[in-house]
Ligand binder design. Sequence first.
Ligand SMILES: [Zn+2]
Length: 138
Amino acid sequence: MKSLPDWTQKVRAWREKYEAMIAPEWRGSLEKQIIVFEFDPKMTATAGQYRGHLTHSIKLSPWMQEREAEETFAHEYAHFCAYLLYGEIEHGFFWRSFMTCFGHTAEVTHRFPLGTRCILVGIDAKLAEAEEKKEAEK
Ligand SMILES: [Zn+2]
C-alpha cells in the first residue's frame, strides 16, 4: 500500500487531468468547488464513494492498484460533475457522458476485485438507496 502523501499527490493530479477534459464553460464552476478526498482503509468491499450536496467528498479504498484507483476516482469525479452541473445522482446519462469524456468505460462494476464499485450517499438518502437496490438486482 502506498503512503498517504503519495496518494494525495496522485488525487490532485487526477483531478487536474480530468478537469482539463471538461469544456471551459463548465470547468469554471467545477474547479472552484472544494472536494474532500479520503482513502479509507475500512473500505474493503467498495471501491469508491461520492457524497455531495452542499459539500463534496470522494472516498476511495486504498486496496487497489493505481490504475483501478484512478478509474474509480474518475467514476466518483463523474458523479460530482453530473450532480453539480445537472443534478443527476444516478449512473445516468450525464454520469455516463462524463465517463466517456474521461476516456473510461461507463460501467458501474466490471471485472473488479472489490465487490462494489461505488456507493452514492448523502445526496438524497432515498434515491441513493433506490440506486443501490437497482444495482443489487442486476
Ligand atoms: Zn457510481
